[in-house]
Design a protein around this ligand. Structure first.
Ligand code: TYM
Length: 332
């Protein structure tokens, strides 16, 4: 059975982008078809200015939401990254295989470092080495497939390069993984600025639909989405980014194809209205289940504890093998 691994970073409240671009496939497809692990990657949340209490709260919330979207601990492994030491252990070895040039070429590093400097802040070293930790997350488990949104493609490519290089230098240790993306909504855009990604750490709340937004807030955000000049409803990401984003969201929530849906609507207003209702209905069961799970924190904690135990067992032999292959003396 193939092995699937993916993760989500607790740097903000989870968004419709996270759900449509990644999480949805995890519960609908991956957990049924693969030996799958899903991880709240809390160490990654420390790469930017952070508040310890907030990271803890968001980590718990992300884990609860993963279960609320339908991940079933009987079918897959759900855990928190910092509970499994193998990630950090392997990350250091991979730092000895990757190059600083590779790190500096990463688009997310360039964007986030520039934003941090523009705010007058300093850039944490861990922001630069982040993709190596992500590679360790993936490679520790012998992962075949990494289901992610479009923005993570470059990081998975780097993971492949590092795996191939390690295997060539030190002997075959790692599986070389491939990326999988959803057919639609692999990159959900910000409703107020449809040329940038809908990101959970964005300050611009009005353009971001959060999974726990009340129905009224969802409706308001979608009805106020920036659309394009012109009035024809067409799916063309370049020329009509705002309308195309709504068509993709609608297609992802209801099933169907954004090009076909474009033919159904005569006005932007009617498209917005239907998209708003589709998203509200799509989120309803997740919010309901989230409420139930919040009432039973011991259950969520138990899932994470067992998940970490399982994950540790899966990761340790391969990480130990990497320590031996690279030339470190066995502890005995
Ligand atoms: P993160 O936490 O930013 O996002 C989690 C997942 O959601 C996807 N995503 C989106 N998809 C479509 N449209 C959007 N607007 C959108 N925003 C986010 C992301 O592509 C991702 O799949 N580096 C990763 C976390 C990570 C990871 C890993 C992922 C760490 N280690 C190992 C896979 C495997 C990240 O920051 O994702």
């Amino acid at each position: 059975m193939k092995r699937v691994f993916s993760g989500i970073k607790p740097t903000g409240h989870l968004t419709l982008g996270n759900y449509l671009g990644a999480m949805r496939r995890w519960s609908a497809v991956d957990q049924h078809e693969a030996d799958a692990l899903f991880c709240v990657v809390d160490l990654h949340a420390l790469t930017v200015d952070h508040d310890p209490g907030r990271v803890r709260r968001l980590s718990r919330q992300a884990a609860t939401l993963l279960l609320a979207t339908g991940l079933d601990p009987q079918l897959c492994t759900v855990f928190v990254q910092s509970h499994v030491d193998e990630h950090a252990r392997l990350s250091y070895l991979l730092e000895c295989v990757a190059t600083d040039g590779e790190m500096r070429r990463m688009i997310q590093y360039k964007e986030k470092a520039a934003a941090e400097r523009a705010r007058g802040g300093s850039v944490r070293l861990s922001l630069l080495t982040y993709p190596v930790l992500m590679a360790a997350d993936i490679l520790a488990y012998g992962t075949d497939e990494v289901p992610v949104g479009d923005d993570q493609t470059q990081h998975v490519e780097l993971t492949r390069d590092v795996a191939v290089r390690f295997n060539q230098r030190y002997g075959r240790t790692f599986v070389v993984p491939r990326t999988t993306h959803p057919e639609v909504a692999a990159r959900v855009m910000n409703l107020q600025d449809p040329t940038s990604k809908m990101g959970k750490s964005d300050d611009v709340g009005p353009g971001v639909v959060y999974l726990l937004d009340e129905p009224e807030a969802v409706r308001k955000k979608i009805m106020r989405a920036v659309t394009d000049s012109g009035s024809e409803v067409v799916h063309d990401r370049e020329a009509r980014p705002g309308v195309s984003n709504l068509l993709e969201i609608l297609a992802a929530c209801e099933g169907g194809n954004p090009n076909d849906l474009a033919g159904v609507y005569e006005t932007y207003g009617s498209l917005k209205k239907d998209t708003a209702e589709a998203v509200v209905e799509f989120l309803r069961p997740v919010q309901q289940r989230h409420k139930e799970l919040c009432a039973d924190p011991a259950y969520v904690e138990g899932v994470l504890r067992e998940g970490a135990e399982k994950a540790r067992e899966m990761a340790r032999p391969r990480v130990d093998a990497a320590y031996r292959a690279i030339g470190l003396l066995p502890a005995g």
